[in-house]
Design a protein around this ligand. Sequence first.
Ligand code: ATP
Ligand code: MG
Ligand code: FE
Length: 344
Amino acid sequence: MLVLGIESSCDETGIALYDTQKGLLAHALHSQVAMHEAYGGVVPELASRDHIRRAIPLLEQCFAAAGVEHAAIDAIAYTQGPGLAGALLVGASVACSLGLALGKPVLGVHHLEGHLLSPLLATNASYAPPRFPFVALLVSGGHTQLMRVDGVGQYALLGDTLDDAAGEAFDKSAKLLGLGYPGGPAISRMAEFGDPLAYKLPRPMLHSKDLNFSFSGLKTAVLTLVKNHPANICEQDKANIARAFVDAMVEVLVAKCIAALKQTGLNRLVIAGGVGANAQLRSALNAAADKKRFQVFYPELEFCTDNGAMIAFAGALRLQRDPAAATHDYAFNVRPRWPLNELT
Ligand code: ATP
Ligand code: MG
Ligand code: FE
């Protein structure tokens, strides 16, 4: 079965072709980061317009790279939500128009399910993806959740953030340090040069005895440190603050993952979402996995942040379970707000 995937929930246009026998045939991505950078964050209207410009050329690029005809696809999976309504509508309308033109069925995919299943997508033979069940930590720009995953569509929420998402805290703290948008990768690079002993920031909810998170206080602590510095805060101070932020964030995320493994009695941990690309988080999790004897799995770096491959892949897994999940009803709707637990 060959599935075309279309992602357009936020500021990345992603297209991919996934074959259930041969794996990922091709994928293409355009990030709008440079366009939104000037505004310090995503401007929804600009995002929608850019998706319109990019979707078809990327689609053609993908088919050409895979060397397959349009008519060879069996279904089209598109991100139905959650995300920006206007941006989602672009992907949905491209998917449904193409479906109508080619007579192929379409399937709306949950963006977070795409992230969640991305560590199962193996594109090289040396990677052995995790078996179900596992604990998943979803750490993205809009979400920070711990889940027990028993199979495709079987997700039990174990913990959630009470306020900011991890990626959001990275981005907001980076902005406070003047590091641009999106700040996750920038603050992470800067932290490498920071003195770990210069500042100590709070570890929010580290001892809360549940699996929930809270990161808005951490961002406020960064704000306080920045304010305590003169206007011309030096690079070393920025690096020290970045280091304190990353250390606090990583310690909390790792501790909650270990607690979730303990609570569920599972020994496989899967990381998904953009913050899963973070080098400090990966090395701390790897060290914990060695010490506590659990296995940890990550998506490939390019599939941590938004991409079309995870949507094609999640769509294909859904269709393998239930071929009727895709329909010839092209009257699409999008779901800007769509809690994962409403997914059946
Ligand atoms: P959601 O999936 O919740 O709707 P999103 O799609 O915007 O949100 P992702 O694309 O999964 O989120 O991830 C983007 C986030 O990941 C941004 O907040 C970005 O700063 C963060 N991020 C990306 N790379 C890194 C990194 N190396 N270190 C820390 N954070 C990172
Ligand atoms: Mg993005
Ligand atoms: Fe995402």
